[in-house]
Design a protein around this ligand. Structure first.
Ligand SMILES: [Zn+2]
Length: 312
């Protein structure tokens, strides 16, 4: 089961409030000049740092979202690279092996090994030796787009499980092999996971999925970013991120301006409904990105992810 702390709505956060945005806009009109003029949405390339291609989307034969569908969604949104991971890993391999189709769509696939063969693994991976063996077998096998570049997404619903025997082994493996990890965890677990790496977090490329879906404060995120130089924040579902007009709330605007090389955006297509809203999700990112200095917007939209994985 998923705790309410980790509940995720299907729709994009800012997409649900089109009506309230419209109402807000009308009230802004009545306050002549109270807000600066609306800026143009960011129009450059996007790096989707949190993409799933799970078996219910397409299992290789049937499903509502075959390769042609998901690649068309990426292409029309100018998504040029994706961190792909899926339950089970066949979905990731389907994307990564489709060299011709992804090249035509202009999408670079960066494959991650997901730790889940099925839903039962969500609650047990951190102590299940067979997961460690599965990860090693996947790493040895690789993909049609080359070696896996990371591990995850994985979840910890109880942060103490960051100290599970297999969680510890996987963090050591990731750092030793130069793999990134995509972790859906709370702020306490960030410290625990980092403590379990050989460098005690100083060389660990940990992408914090949602930058704390439970709502860790901006001050807490700031402190963790200060402590771990390669910690990155992925911003899907992040509570409190956007305010009026779909723009960043003040404390988040300050945070991304303080750490312009540390944040990324992602779709988190964890259920098929997220594929249906892929366009709206990317558009909602473009809205707030457009309100940032151009270089910061391009970093968060594209360059931070691209440089993390050595893309041009
Ligand atoms: Zn996810």
């Amino acid at each position: 089961m998923f705790s309410t702390l980790f509940f995720k709505p299907f729709r994009p956060l800012s997409g649900v409030s089109i009506a309230s945005v419209a109402i807000g806009f009308i009230s802004v009109l009545g306050m002549a000049g109270a807000l600066p003029a609306a800026t143009q949405p960011y129009s450059g390339p996007l790096f989707d740092a949190h993409l799933h291609y799970n078996e219910e989307a397409w299992n290789g034969q049937t499903g509502p979202h075959p390769l042609s569908d998901v690649l068309a969604r990426m292409k029309r949104n100018n998504v040029k690279a994706v961190v792909a991971n899926s339950r089970p890993n066949d979905g990731t391999r389907a994307l990564a092996d489709a060299r011709d189709e992804t090249r035509v769509a202009g999408v670079t696939v960066i494959p991650f090994v997901r730790l889940y063969r099925n839903r039962a693994d969500y609650d047990n991976w951190f102590r299940d030796e067979s997961i460690y063996e599965m990860v090693q077998a996947e790493l040895a096998r690789g993909t049609g787009s080359g070696p896996y570049r990371g591990l995850g997404e994985f979840h910890l619903y109880d942060s103490a499980n960051a100290n599970g025997v297999v969680a510890k082994k996987l963090m050591t493996l990731a750092e030793d092999k130069g793999l990134a990890v995509l972790a859906h965890v709370d702020d306490v677990a960030i410290d625990l996971l980092m403590a379990n790496t050989p460098s005690r977090g100083q060389k660990m490329r940990l992408i914090w999925a949602h930058t704390g879906i439970g709502g860790a404060s901006a001050e807490r995120v700031d402190a963790l970013f200060g402590r771990y130089p390669l910690l990155m924040g992925e911003l899907s579902y992040r509570p409190g991120l956007t305010c009026e007009g779909g723009r960043l709330c003040p404390e988040w605007r300050a945070l991304v301006l303080k750490y312009p090389t540390r944040f990324m955006v992602g779709s988190d297509t964890w259920v098929n409904q997220r594929w249906l809203y892929y366009d709206e999700l990317m558009q909602s990112y473009r809205t707030w990105l457009g309100d940032l200095p151009a270089e910061v917007a391009r970093n968060i939209a594209w360059a931070n992810g691209a440089s993390l994985f050595g893309l041009k």
